[in-house]
Write a protein that binds this ligand. Structure first.
Ligand code: OOG
Ligand code: MG
Length: 255
């Protein structure tokens, strides 16, 4: 039997101390996906107990580039909490992370609840605003390596996120050019079309997957729809920015 509480406490401590731990799978045998999501919820409960609030969800492995980079094909999701928010143009405290990477994404803010099987039109109708975004992922596992159960338990590697200026919900997000730079040098280029052909499809998937776990996406929540390109290591970088065409720019510095 998987000891959900013990593994969750270990993952929470790894995130708090910015110290990598061994993968769960292999050590403890296979990890069932349902147990992995139970661990994820228990990890987040530790944060909520320390005063953080749930502010949204994130999708993972919604682009081919991300699937290829990490060797996993199944879409996953994780929870976003208020202590993960970095303001646009703000500072990321490098000491809080183990081996952070950054991804160019599209975010939406919801104005209506969304859960379960919803159509593309229903998902779009629940969107209040859209924005370019950067996700900072930081696997709590050694060498940024994991099997599906590991990464799900680890809240889909989620560690921080930066959202640019919000734009009206009718702004087209289906084919936005994405140019991500680290210290002024372009490191990844792509298009938002890489996110399931259209990032709004990722919102449909988020409603379905969160719904299956009994969670309703709430008005005011942010949904990060997944990396459009492979993630780039932050390493010793001092500045990261994303130029997302008509969606505008978003960035942060690292201290
Ligand atoms: C898992 C998180 C994937 C995305 O945008 O695809 C993700 C990982 O790669 O560590 O955030
Ligand atoms: Mg991501």
């Amino acid at each position: 039997m998987t000891d959900i509480a013990t593994i969750a406490a270990r993952l929470d401590a790894a995130a708090r101390d910015a110290r990598a731990i061994q993968q769960i799978t292999g050590q403890e045998g296979e990890l069932a996906l349902s147990d992995a999501y139970d661990i994820q919820r228990a990890v987040i409960d530790h944060r909520l107990a320390r005063g953080a609030a749930l502010v949204g969800v994130k999708m993972g492995f919604t682009s081919e580039a991300k699937m290829v980079q990490m060797g996993l094909k199944d879409q996953i999701w994780g929870r976003l909490t208020s202590d993960m928010v970095v303001q646009n143009g703000g500072v990321l405290d490098r000491a809080r992370f183990i081996h952070p990477r950054v991804e160019p994404e599209v975010a939406v803010r919801l104005k209506a609840p969304l859960t379960g099987e919803v159509t593309y039109e229903e998902a779009l109708a629940a969107v209040e605003a859209v924005a370019p975004a950067l996700e900072i992922i930081d696997s709590r596992y050694e060498n940024f390596r994991f099997a599906l159960g590991d990464v799900v338990a680890d809240n889909a590697s989620s560690s921080a996120f930066v959202v640019g200026a919000w734009l009206p919900a009718d702004t087209d997000v289906a084919d936005v050019p994405m140019v991500m730079s680290v210290d002024g040098a372009v490191v990844e280029t792509g298009t938002s079309a890489a996110i399931l052909g259209d990032p709004i499809r990722s919102l449909v998937a988020a409603a379905r997957l969160a719904g299956a776990a009994g969670l309703t996406l709430q008005p005011s929540w942010t949904v990060m729809l997944g990396g459009a390109t492979a993630a780039a290591a932050i390493g010793l970088a001092r500045a990261v920015s994303l130029d997302a065409g008509h969606l505008g720019r978003v960035g942060f510095t690292v201290a």
